[in-house]
Design a protein around this ligand. Sequence first.
Ligand code: GDP
Ligand code: GDP
Length: 438
Amino acid sequence: MSKPIVAIVGRPNVGKSTLFNVLAGERISIVQDTPGVTRDRIYADCTWLDMSYTLIDTGGIEPDSKDIILSQMREQAEIAIATADVIIFITDVRQGLVDADSKVADMLRKSGKPVVLVVNKVDNFDKFMPDVYEFYNLGIGDPIPVSAASRLGIGDMLDEVSKYFPNSSKEEEEDERPRIAIVGKPNVGKSSIVNRLVGENRVIVSDVAGTTRDAIDTTVRYNKKEYVFIDTAGLRRKNKIKEEIERYSIIRAVTAVERADVVLVVIDASEGVTEQDAKIAGIAHERGKGVLIVVNKWDLVEKNDKTMKEHTNKIREVLSFMPYAEILFISAETGQRTGKLYEYIDMIMENQTLRVQTGVLNEIMTEAVAMQQPPSDKGKRLKLYYITEVSVKPPTFVIFVNDKELMHFSYTRYIENKIREAFGFRGTSLKFIIRERK
Ligand code: GDP
Ligand code: GDP
C-alpha cells in the first residue's frame, strides 16, 4: 500500500529543515547497508499516530538574491504540486508576510492540491498570535502557528495535514495492473525508454478520475495486458540548475517508487555505474519493491566478449545491497533488447507476489539447519522452530526461534539463500521477521 506524500515548501530560513528534522525525528529511513542515502535529508519515512507518510523537503540550495529566491520557490512549489498529496507551506512570523509568499500561495491555490499553511517561529503564543492573523491574507486557509524549534503546535499541524490523507488505498489495491516506475539520474535515458515501452501501445483513458496522479501516469496495453507507467509526465520535465536536477531526481524517485510494484533503475552504460545510481537504487531496495537494473545506451559501448561481464561485476560491487536484481543491457535508441523489458516486468511481478506453502518452507529450513549448524553463544544454541510466509510485495517470512539474539544476520542470509535456491525470487528483496516462541 503506498503511503501519502507530504512536501514542505517555503522561503530560505523560515525553518524548513528544522521542521523536517522534528517530524523525521531520529528515525533513519534507510536500511544500514544501503550506501550514500543516509547523509541526505531530502526525504524521510514518518509516522503520526497510526498513520505513516513520506516527508519530502523540496528546498535545499540557498539562493542569495531576491529574484533567485522567487524562481527557486516556484520550482519547489512545482515539484510539490507534481508529487505530493499534501503540501505544508511554511512561513515565518518574525519576517512577516513577504511578496514571495503571496506569489507562491497563488501557485499553490491554483493547483488545487491540499495546502496546510504553517506560520513558524511562534515561540510564544501570547506575544506573536496577533502577527499570525496577517497570514490569512494569503487566501489559503487558516494559518497554523507552530514553533519548530520548541516543538510547539506540531500535533495540531499534523492533525490538519493528516485530514487530507486518502482514507485507504483500496482502489490501488484492487487494481491488479502492474505499476512501473522508471528512475535514474538525469540523462540516462528514462524518457527514451518510456517512449519505447509506451510507443504505439498507449491506452487512451477516457474515464479520467478526479486525482491529479492519473494525469501523470500512462496506461499501456501490451500482449493483452495493461501496465501503468508512473509519473511519465515528470520524466518529460527538464530543469536548468544542476543541484536542483539532482535533488529533483531523488524526490521524483522517492515519490514514484512509493506507488510502484516494479522499479526500473536505469544506468548509463557509457558512464558506468556511480554512487548516485546506488542512492537511487537504494530507494527501491529499502521500500521492498521489485527491481530491474537496466543498463541503457549499450550501443555507445565498445565491446568485446568480456565487456558485459565487466559491467556486471562493477554493478554488483556498487549495488551490492541488491544481488537479487537482474541486469538487462539495452539501447533505447536502437531498440536492442527493449522487447525483453515487459518479460522481466512480468517475471518480477510474479515473484513479488509468489506465495510458498508453509510445509515446503519448513522442509527447506530443516534441511538447511541440518547442513549448517545454527550459531550459539555462551553455551546456548539457536533453535529454529517454524517458518511461514505472512505477506507479499515483498515476500515476507516470519521465523520462530528460541532466542532472537542468537539469530545473526548471516544465518538469516543463509536461510534466505536456501529459499532463493529453491524458488529464485529474482527481482525482489525478501523480508524476514524473527520472533521468539516461548
Ligand atoms: P530553512 O532554510 O527554511 O531550512 O530554515 P532552517 O530550518 O535552517 O532555520 C533557519 C533559522 O531559523 C535557523 O537559525 C533556526 O534555528 C531558526 N528557527 C527554526 N525554527 C525556529 C523556531 O521555531 N523559532 C525560532 N526562534 N527560530 C527558529
Ligand atoms: P532522461 O533524462 O533520463 O529522461 O534521458 P533522455 O531519455 O532524455 O535521454 C538523454 C539523452 O540520451 C538524449 O539525448 C537521448 O537521445 C540519449 N539516449 C537515450 N537512450 C539512448 C541510447 O540507448 N543510446 C544512445 N546512444 N543515446 C541514448
